[in-house]
Write a protein that binds this ligand. Sequence first.
Ligand code: ADP
Length: 160
Amino acid sequence: MNAIYPGSFDPVTYGHLDIIERAAKKLDHLIVAVLNNPSKKGIFTVEERIDLLVEVTKHLPNVEIDFFSGLLSDYAVKKNCFTMIRGLRAVSDFEYEMQMALVNRKLNPKIETLFLVSDSKYAFLSSSIVKEIAQLNGNFSCFVPKVVEEALKDKFKGGL
Ligand code: ADP
């Protein structure tokens, strides 16, 4: 089975990587797709997010990194892949994730969303939290791979 793991990945954290590694083990092929959303400007450009994802998944031969703009349901048709992977951290994720899964299935009934429950180690971890710690000069090395840590330090060098 092939699947798409869509998200912002601004930037990729160990929480995302855990989902990618666990999903890749169960799948023939996993496409990690970075959403290019012009109305939600991230810290990293889509190209930078892709480069970081490529770097941290290079040990996973069945994982491909791509990006998409617009509707996920249109991207699913383009890739001819209708299984979505999402991660669930806490009950707080549930409402939004359920809404997205239902909307996507409404837009295209072929789309199924599969949820992987976060590892308890990463249940509190989000890209936003990591960005906040980085911005405030805290130690976030246990939340992201080294290459992401360096990229974040670089972004916040000299303040924003
Ligand atoms: P969004 O698409 O809401 O901007 P992200 O790009 O950060 O969110 O996340 C993409 C997917 O990865 C979502 O399903 C999210 O729940 C999941 N995810 C993010 N952080 C973690 C984590 N620490 N553990 C498990 N899943 C996570």
